[in-house]
Design a protein around this ligand. Structure first.
Ligand SMILES: [Zn+2]
Length: 106
């Protein structure tokens, strides 16, 4: 999906329409990944390596993996006002595959 780099949109701070820059909010880190039994924690402690049967952490045989059903992800767009430099997040995300930012046509 193609999205313009800038757009004119209502700014809650300025209380008028203003030119705003659009960027994508990064998903950041996963919450609770270092909890007991978490994959990241196991790897940090040196687990999940080596030969033989790793029990719970062994690779599952072919066919036992859950098939991925969704091919797209919801986007979170961040609008940054050029006047006051405040940013606001778009409320409802759109499901898209790849997001491409393009220059606005005149
Ligand atoms: Zn503003």
């Amino acid at each position: 999906m193609k999205i313009p780099k800038t757009t004119s949109r209502y700014c809650p701070k300025c209380k008028t329409h203003a030119e705003q820059k659009i960027s994508l909010v990064s998903s950041g880190h996963k919450r609770g990944s270092l909890r007991r039994g978490g994959k990241a924690r196991v790897r940090m402690r040196g687990g999940w390596r080596g030969h033989g049967n790793l029990g719970k952490y062994s690779k599952k045989p072919v066919g036992q993996y859950k098939k991925k059903t969704k091919t797209t992800k919801k986007t979170n767009l961040l609008y940054t006002c050029k006047k006051c430099n405040k940013s606001s997040v778009q409320r409802v995300g759109i499901r898209t595959g790849k997001l491409v930012f393009e220059e606005k046509e005149k």
